[in-house]
Design a protein. Structure first.
Length: 135
């Protein structure tokens, strides 16, 4: 959208964003090749880099155990919009499933882009249960 044309962070600090890819049998990547491909693609375009990754736990089950629900990939980017554009194109190429999310801060508010059956839904507020610190 036009309001996202020049997204950057104050004082030229890099933007922080993270991708959450739902874990399914089809999306398990034990060698973390997906994170490496995302890092290579972002660096090649000069729009960001992967700074870490790991499992993101789901809600507690009835037995009290929490299992990994997503793989989370942390990214820094000089200009937020450039990284978002690259990720919107790249993630489908990596066969990420519906429900894949890109989280970021826009005008001081936590927002996410999420893949639905209609494509990318942009800059939506995360669900109330998905507050910072519970990722």
């Amino acid at each position: 959208t036009s309001t996202r044309a020049a997204l950057s962070t104050p004082d030229d600090r890099p933007a922080f964003l993270f991708v959450k890819i739902p874990l399914t049998r089809r999306t398990v990547d034990p060698l973390h090749q997906r994170e490496d491909r995302i890092d290579q693609a972002l660096r090649a375009r000069g729009v960001g880099m992967v700074i870490g990754w790991g499992d993101s736990l789901g809600a507690a089950r009835t037995d009290g155990k929490r299992i990994a629900e997503f793989i989370r990939i942390d990214i820094t980017a000089p200009v937020l919009n450039d990284a978002l554009v690259a990720l919107h194109a790249l993630l489908p190429e990596l066969d990420t499933p519906m429900g894949t999310q890109i989280h970021y801060t826009l005008d001081g508010q936590h927002r996410m882009d999420v893949v639905t059956e209609l494509g990318w839904q942009l800059a939506v507020p995360p669900p109330a249960t998905d507050q910072p610190g519970r990722r």
